[in-house]
Design a protein around this ligand. Structure first.
Ligand code: COA
Length: 153
């Protein structure tokens, strides 16, 4: 089995939209991903490929000058096998700055579990984005990330 994490290319767009349940119903998502892949607003998109199949993607952006994970998705049949964890580990070790922010709807218990497990802590809440489902912001500091990275033998 081969596993690769790399920057997305234009050729990945269809596969990215195929694995994202929101993308199917939101035309705007197409433009968002496609612009992000071209570096719009300093975003970058990376993908996780297993045996030539795109099974996960993540979009990095900026939040008040800090790195911000805007979106992360694992293809449904590949969930709970460490795909998102691998993408996040890849992002975390490469952040340019001393902290990384990420947000998710309060109702997204899966994402909240993932973040807490990785050592993120709640940094605040914003109402009035999705009605009745506040956006929870999380942060992890570089010192926490570094402490979690195992030293090379
Ligand atoms: C959230 C999401 C990206 C997780 O992807 P994943 O590849 O399945 O996650 P991983 O296998 O790396 O899981 C890492 C940890 O997250 C937590 N987790 C993942 N799925 C979970 C679930 N269904 N229930 C509870 N905890 C879960 C666990 O702590 C897990 O570690 P463990 O398996 O050792 O217990 C995926 O469910 C998804 O694509 N959801 C739809 C899009 C979305 O909501 N994205 C987040 C907001 S942008």
């Amino acid at each position: 089995m081969s596993v690769e994490i790399r920057p997305a290319t234009a050729a990945d767009l269809k596969a990215i939209l195929d694995i994202d349940p929101v993308a199917e119903v939101e035309e705007r998502r197409h433009d968002y991903v496609s612009l992000a892949m071209r570096g719009h607003h300093s975003r970058d998109v990376r993908v996780l490929i297993i045996d030539e199949e795109l099974v996960g993607y993540a979009i990095m952006g900026e939040f008040f000058g800090h790195p911000f994970l805007e979106r992360i998705v694992t293809a449904e049949p590949h969930r709970r096998r460490g795909v998102a964890a691998a993408l996040m580990a890849n992002i975390e070790v490469g952040i340019d700055g001393d902290r990384l922010f990420v947000s998710t709807n309060e109702s997204n218990e899966t994402m909240r579990e993932l973040l807490v497990k990785r050592g993120y802590r709640v940094s605040g809440m914003v109402e009035n984005l999705d009605p009745g489902d506040p956006e929870l912001f999380f942060v992890i500091f570089k010192s926490v990330i570094d402490a979690q990275v195992e030293p090379a033998p």
